[in-house]
Design a protein around this ligand. Structure first.
Ligand code: SAJ
Length: 424
């Protein structure tokens, strides 16, 4: 099947790179977003999100005339839905954006079109929710138009490369739909493309992120056990990982981001009676910020009035994304416990996250601190020279929740260094 013009609905971390990549590979792409501010910015070549290389890609796509930005979809050969699927307070999937994107397509849907859902969704969303909405057009999926689910699997920070190189799974409501999806993504995907049915593809995506969440949960639980038994979890993990069939991940302040901390709940919601391990893993990871607070309490004594420099607020190293960040959860809890927290996020120095106080520079964050708390292993934090840090602050207590500061160097520079998962 051949595609000339496509509409990509949702211009966030996935939709924008996807739309731009289709455009730089020769398709006419209409990028659609419901947020007027995002549309206005993008029309000027300004980006509302940061991802390495994305600005250059988007600007090239816009300049070529192959990518245009609109607030409404238009008739096209294919429609790709890449809108967010967050969760409500009670952890149920919030599918309102998927529903309204599907509804926005209905008036433009024509015989022979392809619709692909990319947003991470609970099992049966494509066939049970998107399909009936699209069929309000009077057309039937699998008969008059093609309908598929294809999850994105890219790693924030490496999106542009992974979008092209990663293997892709495409599940159709019928075989012809999966094949139509393959023809579309073959425009730029260099990785292998695997075809299956839509619900399997939905499950594959949820299983990938749940697998990672459960594995990080066990690493976090090991950090607590090691702390109790006077063991250095980092040494223990390194030794356990010498086993040819063991690969334990890294403990940390918890699991953040808009994917791994969210997606497992979609399975728990869909089958609460079955997804018991998955729920327990989520609870372990969600409780990890409290464990870090406890570690800080043990290092600092009473937290009330303590001046703490919280270094890093992003959900993981070397990104600017703050969504579901466990570092923010730790900082907030410290404030609740009466500490005076001054945070510094090098990738978002201007950001405001009430009730946290943010410093515009590392120097200002640490100058008056009683304790330094490392929450995210950003490259500039890893590179810090403890002797230089010692000259910038009178603090001599440090807590490393991500295990990147070499203890011997920090101790030689005069710091008492407490590490996550290291019992003493
Ligand atoms: N983390 C740990 N310990 C580790 C690894 C990660 O605590 O050993 C934490 C990170 O600090 C972060 C969270 O887990 O807070 C998630 O980070 P991540 O790098 O594991 O994953 P994401 O959320 O950035 O991207 C994931 C990826 N999925 C998998 O690796 C299975 C990516 O491929 C998906 O496309 C993405 O979710 C998504 O959009 O679903």
């Amino acid at each position: 099947m051949e595609f000339h013009k496509i509409c990509v609905l949702g211009l966030g971390y996935i939709g924008l790179p996807t739309a731009s990549t289709f455009a730089t590979h020769g398709l006419d792409v209409v990028g659609v977003d419901v947020n007027a501010e995002v549309v206005a910015k993008l029309k000027n070549g300004d980006l509302h999100i940061y991802e390495p290389g994305l600005r250059t890609l988007v600007q090239a796509a816009l300049r070529s005339g192959k990518l245009t930005i609109q607030s409404q979809p238009q008739p096209a050969d294919a429609f790709v839905i890449a809108v967010p699927t967050p969760f409500y307070e009670d952890k149920r999937a919030d599918l309102r954006a998927v529903i309204s994107a599907a509804e926005a397509i209905v008036p433009h849907l024509r015989r022979g079109n392809l619709v692909v859902l990319e947003s991470t969704s609970p099992p049966l969303t494509t066939s049970g929710m998107v399909r009936p909405i699209l069929e309000k057009s009077g057309l039937t999926a699998g008969q008059d138009f093609y309908l598929a689910y294809s999850p994105e699997r890219v790693l924030p920070g490496q999106i542009l490369r992974e979008l092209i190189d990663n293997a892709r799974v495409i599940g159709g409501v019928d075989r012809a739909s999966a094949e139509a999806g393959r023809d579309l993504y073959a425009t730029f995907v260099r990785g292998d493309i695997y075809l299956t049915d839509a619900t399997t593809a939905e499950m594959v995506k949820l299983m990938e992120n749940t697998y990672r969440d459960v594995n990080i949960a066990i690493a976090n639980e090991f950090s607590r056990l090691a702390d109790r038994f006077g063991v250095d979890v980092w040494e223990a993990i390194e030794l356990a990982n010498r086993h040819p069939r063991v690969r334990i991940l890294r403990p940390g302040p918890g699991v953040g981001g808009h994917c791994i901390s969210v997606d497992p709940w979609f399975l728990v919601e869909a089958a609460p009676d079955l997804a018991r391990l998955i729920r327990a893993a989520r609870q372990v990871n969600d409780a990890q910020p409290e464990f870090v607070v406890d570690l800080v309490r043990r290092a600092a004594g009473d937290l009330r009035g303590k001046r703490i420099a919280a270094l890093g607020l992003a959900y993981k190293p070397d990104v600017d994304d703050l969504r579901e960040s466990p570092a923010i959860a730790v900082a907030r809890r410290l404030v609740d416990a009466g500490a005076q927290v001054l945070a510094y996020e090098p990738n978002r120095p201007e950001v405001r996250i009430p009730p946290l106080d943010l410093a515009p520079s590392l120097e200002q964050a640490i100058a008056q601190a009683d304790l330094l708390l490392l929450l995210v292993a950003h490259t500039p934090f890893k590179a810090l020279d403890p002797r230089q840090v010692a000259s910038m602050t009178s603090a001599r207590t440090a807590v490393d929740a991500v295990n990147v500061w070499p203890p011997a160097d920090w101790e030689a520079a005069g710091f008492r260094l407490h590490r996550l998962g290291v019992g003493g």
